[in-house]
Design a protein around this ligand. Sequence first.
Ligand code: 89Y
Length: 342
Amino acid sequence: MKPLRFAIFGAGFWARAQLAAWREVGGVECVAIYNRSHERAAAFARDLGVPAVYDDAAELLREVKPDFVDNITEVGGHKPLSLLCATHRVPCIVQKPMAASVKDAREMVAAFARARTPFFVHENWRWQTPMRALIDTLRSDVIGTPFRARLTFLSGFDVWANQPALRDLEQFILTDLGVHLLDTARACFGEAGSVYCQLHRTLAPAVKGDNVATLLISMGEAKTSVVMEIAYAKTPLERERFPQTLAFVEGPHGSIEVADDYWLRVTTKRGTVSRRHAPPRFAWADPSYDLSQSSMVPCHRDLLAALRGERVAETTGADNLKTMELVFGAYDSAKKNAVVRF
Ligand code: 89Y
């Protein structure tokens, strides 16, 4: 099959890993890179063998005419650069979080719908090996419809070292990290009916935004009570688990635990079955981010199949709007100290 020619927008930490993940999948060829700093784009192109460099995204789209764009810029670039793709009718994958507000996200999805051009969100968390095992186990119905679940991500890892722009976000913990857990929870339990959220800014290095969140969400037709504990904080912890999400799910016929070190334990009347779902190790991945970066490979596979028209991707822009509504609904809840209903 002819490889799809694509361009990358952005030349930061995640763009480098994401290009390597595309090459792992195959069937695509990165033909150009855009970054507002020509120097950074040129360095990226030199290091990673990308043939064309632009510091003008419109010029790239006009001259290169890529089959799709992977928009891996910081959040400020998500809306303008994605809309530029819509104007040129070039399919676009935008990095999470799709936008800095629900209003912007709605405008983006609407623009691509009007242009009849595919639009996706790169949302990889639900593709992490233990998260996918959790999703599959829930869908097998072995524990029945869950009535309660807990998702936990607590870490003191210095994410700001590799992604300094995150320091300046007024809304940090839910737009950067919570968005992943909320999207994964949607894949597990269905759509949110309501959310209550409390936020803190505490035990953090020099960051502007909130860094600790606690949420109670009612999800799906069964109104599953989903509790989330999320933090990037310097809380003294016995063990640093970045970037693992731990989970415990209770249903009428059993429970599922996603435990440390990628273990999934399913307990029913018949006993407990344990299996380890360690992520694959890729030479290009940063070992501290193995779990997260390796999940970009199945995420890209799903997006590529959709770009080829073979199936509907899990994380279309339209689908991800519901994740955005949940993220910003949670911020709204924290601001008002009240339950927000959807
Ligand atoms: O930006 C975030 C992501 O997508 O995964 C982990 C991360 O790098 C820091 O929270």
